[in-house]
Design a protein around this ligand. Structure first.
Ligand code: NAP
Length: 268
């Protein structure tokens, strides 16, 4: 396992669930880790626990990822406290609470779901990536989902958001081509968290993806072991790390594309 000592990570949605597991895994590998979420008490407690468990430097910064001024101030505070960011993980976000078809959705809640992933990922990338470009060093990870590639009718906002976020990764990676700054999609599988516990489709589900599998992939990305995957999707719990490191990735492999209806499809 590669040492990440001396590197700095910023993880959004760090107070619970996947983000909480991830900050501890990155800190255990020697990274200084900043965590961001809206609820300050819970976030502070989480980051203090991580510091106590790992001995790493941690920093808690409360912010809403959809608020431009808060995001810019948060990134400035992280850089001031820990130094330039080597790894940005856009993990914060929410899901359709009502689980109804699109036309029955509450417009404000629908848009909040989309904003949490899309505006959040955009604002964080916009605040962090320019400094990565200047240093010609850095990696961005966006949390994807099965719904990045296939919509579910009762989670229309989340499906839109996760698909858009995957396009954002692709656009970012393409714009960064030729540099040593890279962007990745990581789908975590189905991890037992407050989000999945709130979703009707996972009631009674038991075959959870261990959060360690998500952390393992993102840690390997942070260590530069999966740079060939920039602009593409990795899936925790399914993708084997040794295979991912070695595989030759063809044109558009693990990227969003239309599937042609056959040889004669003019869009094929
Ligand atoms: N769990 C899964 O199986 C699964 C599967 C596919 C994809 N994902 C994705 O993985 C990521 C983490 O999911 P999770 O299951 O760990 O969720 P979770 O347990 O509900 O945690 C969400 C985190 O995001 C923060 N957050 C939410 N909205 C925010 C906002 N506007 N600004 C700042 N922070 C915000 C929350 O804290 P505050 O509420 O205090 O802000 C919390 O720390 C999400 O992007 C999710 O879509 C999860």
């Amino acid at each position: 396992m590669a040492e990440l000592t001396g590197q700095v990570a910023l993880v959004t949605g760090a107070s619970t669930g996947i983000g909480r597991h991830l900050v501890e895994a990155l800190a255990a590998r020697g990274m200084a880790v900043a965590g961001l979420a809206r609820t300050e008490d819970r976030l502070r407690t989480a980051m203090a626990e991580v510091a106590a468990a790992t001995g790493a430097r941690t920093f808690a910064v409360a912010a809403d990822v959809t608020d431009r001024a808060s995001v810019e101030a948060a990134v400035e505070a992280v850089v001031g406290e820990l130094g330039q960011i080597d790894l940005l993980v856009n993990n914060a976000g929410v899901i359709d609470a009502l689980e109804v078809p699109l036309w029955e959705a509450d417009p404000d809640q629908w848009w909040d779901v989309v904003a949490s992933h899309i505006k959040g990922g955009f604002l964080l990338s916009r605040a962090v990536v320019p400094w990565m470009v200047l240093r010609n060093r850095g990696r961005v990870v966006n949390l994807a989902s099965g719904m990045s590639v296939r919509a579910r009718p009762e989670y229309s906002a989340y499906s839109v958001a996760k698909t858009g976020l995957m396009r954002m990764t692709e656009a970012l990676a393409a714009a960064l081509e030729g540099s040593d700054v890279r962007a990745f999609d990581v789908s975590p599988g189905v991890v037992d968290t407050a989000m999945t516990r709130s979703m009707a489709i996972w009631q009674g589900f038991e075959d959870w993806t261990p959060p360690e599998a998500v952390s393992e992939l993102i840690t390997a990305i942070a260590a530069g072991e999966l740079d060939a995957w920039s602009g593409r999707l990795l899936r925790a719990g399914v993708d084997d790390l040794d295979t991912a490191r070695a595989v030759a990735l063809g044109e558009a492999a693990r990227q969003l594309r239309l599937r042609p209806y056959g040889e004669q499809d003019p869009l094929g």
